[in-house]
Design a binder for this molecule. Structure first.
Ligand code: ZN
Length: 136
């Protein structure tokens, strides 16, 4: 679809709901069906209460940059074409954090605390990656 050569994630039973949501351009997070704690990345057992009861809830897609790095050197196919790029930990307004690229702006303007919104990068018919871009 995109001609993007970045390696694709391996979807497993624990993460399937997350990846299926992204493919529909929706961000879904796991929530413990017993204690209601949200978590990411997806995993089989709640880190708070050890329950394996899980439900998927849609997130807003809004967050702020919690931390980030700007990569200027990477010779791996799929990454060297994107230099320089920003890899960030984004804290969603729901309180969980996920790692993603920040796109749609000069890497030099990215700051901790910057408001961002999710965008979807379709890699294949089944795999979509999450990225974030600044909220103007
Ligand atoms: Zn729990």
């Amino acid at each position: 679809m995109s001609g993007d050569r970045r390696p694709l994630p391996r979807v497993d039973e624990e993460s399937r709901g997350f990846w299926e949501g992204l493919a529909r351009h929706q961000l879904y997070l796991q929530r413990c069906a017993d204690c209601a704690r949200l978590r990411h990345p997806p995993r089989a057992v709640c880190p708070s209460c050890l329950s394996s009861a899980v439900e998927w809830v849609e997130a807003s897609g809004r967050g702020t940059v919690y931390s980030f790095t700007v990569t200027h050197q990477n010779h791996a196919p799929g990454f060297r074409e994107r230099l320089p790029y920003v890899l960030a930990i984004v804290e969603l307004e729901e309180g969980v954090r996920l790692m993603a690229n920040v796109t749609g702006c000069d890497p030099g303007v990215v700051r901790i605390g910057m408001p961002v919104f999710i965008e979807y990068e379709d890699m294949t018919d089944d795999i979509t990656l999450a990225a974030f871009r600044p909220i103007p």
